[in-house]
Design a protein around this ligand. Structure first.
Ligand code: HPA
Length: 268
């Protein structure tokens, strides 16, 4: 285990003695307020956790929030590092491995994404059931050993998907499902790239999530992932794409995702 993981795990153990979260979470753009719903909160700045990101994107707080939601102990990352910040796909390696080291068996990943499906417009929620790593990058470049050849044929946990489907139905949330295609960013896609992504089978496009999912699967964590659809992807509408628009729409659509997450954790 790298020293950063050991040190970060120790900082967490010192601040929250005996605390053992079952679920780790990464909150994407617009979902930061979910962390306010956590009970018995202990907040640790990423500055105190070696190997954790220095978030450079507006809308990402940069802290780990420990506590409980519906009785389930959680460790919630309010902010992530993206591939486009440094060109390193393994930026989230220490955080994901630290979450496992302190006890998390599941990683729930959230993001803001553009939709390539007309029917799933801004404000809708999509459960990710599969992904395409279109960047051609892996967070596991440089890893050694046979377990680096990770089987991703069921990257998104089937039982977690069933649970989320049931919750969406019970809460009357029209949750879409589909394949998330990871583009490098930070620029948005072109209309031609979006046409390609549709042909390739993507339902949503975005600039995050896939590295964390691969890192989590590599160490045997179970994964669930939700996208907040903030826009129709490039070329599909007249709306100009911008980070400001992503943030505004993500905040508007966050309620449904927060409801899904709260019930998912309460039933965990
Ligand atoms: N493309 C990539 N990332 C995004 C988008 C998009 O259209 N919307 C929100 N994040």
């Amino acid at each position: 285990m790298s020293t950063d993981i050991q040190t970060s795990a120790k900082v967490i153990a010192d601040r929250a003695p005996g605390f053992k979260p079952a679920v780790g979470m990464v909150l994407g753009s617009g979902l930061g307020p979910f962390a306010d719903t956590i009970e018995n909160r202990i907040v640790i700045s990423y500055d105190d956790l070696p190997g954790f990101p220095k978030p450079g994107v507006a809308g990402h707080a940069g802290q780990l929030v420990l506590g409980t939601v519906g009785g389930t102990a959680v460790a919630v990352m309010q902010g992530r590092e993206h591939f486009y910040e440094t060109g390193k796909a393994d930026a989230m390696k220490t955080p994901v491995r630290t979450l496992q080291a302190i006890g998390c068996e599941t990683l729930v990943v959230t993001n803001a994404a553009g939709s390539t499906v007309e029917a799933a417009g801004p404000g809708s929620v999509m459960m990710i059931t599969d992904h395409i790593a279109f960047t051609g990058q892996s967070p596991l470049f440089g890893e050694e050993g046979n377990d680096r050849f990770v089987d991703l044929s069921q990257a998104y946990d089937a039982d977690h998907q069933t649970a989320l489907r049931g919750i969406a139905k019970a809460k009357n949330i029209a949750m879409a499902e589909g394949t998330y295609m990871w583009f490098c960013g930070p620029h948005f896609e072109t209309p031609a790239e979006i046409k390609m992504s549709q042909i390739m089978g993507a339902s949503a496009v975005g600039m995050s999530t896939v590295p964390e999912v691969i890192l989590a699967r590599h160490i045997g964590m179970r994964v669930a992932a939700l996208s907040i659809i903030t826009n129709l992807a490039a070329g599909m509408s007249e709306v100009k794409l911008s980070h400001e628009q992503t943030m505004t729409m993500a905040a508007k659509a966050a309620d449904d995702v927060q409801g899904l997450l709260t019930d998912f954790l309460s039933n965990y």
